[in-house]
Design a protein around this ligand. Structure first.
Ligand code: SAH
Length: 243
């Protein structure tokens, strides 16, 4: 499990966020993967307001209560929306440039911290992991370490709201049959690398997890999981609580 921070010269998303914040526009934020064709993240979407957010995210923000952690907060869109709702939130991200932008945008408690840093030991009532927030877990083999960290950070009775997608639709045939190479590992484990202008990031692992698999690992690690809401395209919002 990586516990480091990004350096500004290897922080393409942070650079894109900083450009968009300063100039109101940004160049292409390019996404590469060994498993897919090149893609792009529209940088403006990282600055979405509450009204522009998908239903699943709006629901998570409504349900969040007490002391809230926005984990992997990016430009701070969720943290700002929560502050507007009068809620108490701390935002963390491994991207130094994103954290700078969050602070400039008025996020009160924005810190450049890796979730898995062993010295990060605050207590929260709600932990938010949004925009395929399960991604931060990286790979299924990190589930144990992830839940251990969550137990350290959650107050009794607290919960995690996490959204993800079941990538099975990428492997489904037109007749609905499901073609995955079982020897190739879990189909939601994706490697990505990003680039913004000349700034190239390191490759990283990003986990998309279907609800059943998440429920299996949650149970194994002393959590129970509930489906809060399903999205329109294999996506969902889950609530995870310590048993
Ligand atoms: N939640 C934001 C950004 C999503 S992109 C939004 O919905 O717009 C995912 C973010 O998670 C990136 O900003 C990335 O830098 C951050 N991140 C990745 N791994 C992390 C970790 N281990 N700890 C904290 N932040 C992390």
């Amino acid at each position: 499990m990586k516990t480091s921070l990004l350096t500004p010269n290897k922080d393409p998303m942070g650079c894109a966020i900083a450009d968009y914040f300063e100039k109101g526009k940004a160049a292409k934020l390019r996404v590469f993967s060994s498993q897919f064709d090149e893609d792009e993240i529209p940088v403006s979407q990282l600055f979405r307001t509450f009204d522009e957010m998908p239903e699943l995210e709006q629901e998570a923000l409504r349900l969040a209560e007490g002391k809230i952690l926005d984990c992997g907060a990016g430009s701070g869109c969720h943290a700002l929306a929560l502050q507007d709702m009068g809620k108490e939130v701390e935002a963390i991200d491994i991207s130094p440039r994103s954290v700078e932008v969050m602070q400039k945008r008025g996020v009160n408690n924005a810190y450049c911290i890796n979730l898995f840093d062993e010295n990060y030991l605050q207590k929260f009532d709600t932990i938010l992991m949004l925009m395929n927030g399960s991604g931060i877990i990286g790979k299924l083999e990190n589930m144990g370490a992830f839940f251990t960290k969550m137990k350290q950070l959650l107050n009794p009775g607290g919960c995690i709201y996490m959204d993800s997608s079941d990538l099975r639709y990428l492997f489904e045939d037109e007749d609905g049959s499901f073609l995955v190479d079982l020897a190739a590992g879990y189909y939601g484990e994706i490697d990505f690398r990003m680039q913004y202008k000349q700034v190239r990031g390191e490759a990283f692992d990003w986990l998309y997890v279907d609800f059943q698999t998440l429920a299996y690992y949650a149970n194994e690690n002393g959590f129970k999981v509930e489906m809060v809401k399903e999205g329109e395209h294999y996506d969902y919002l889950a609530c995870l609580k310590m048993v």
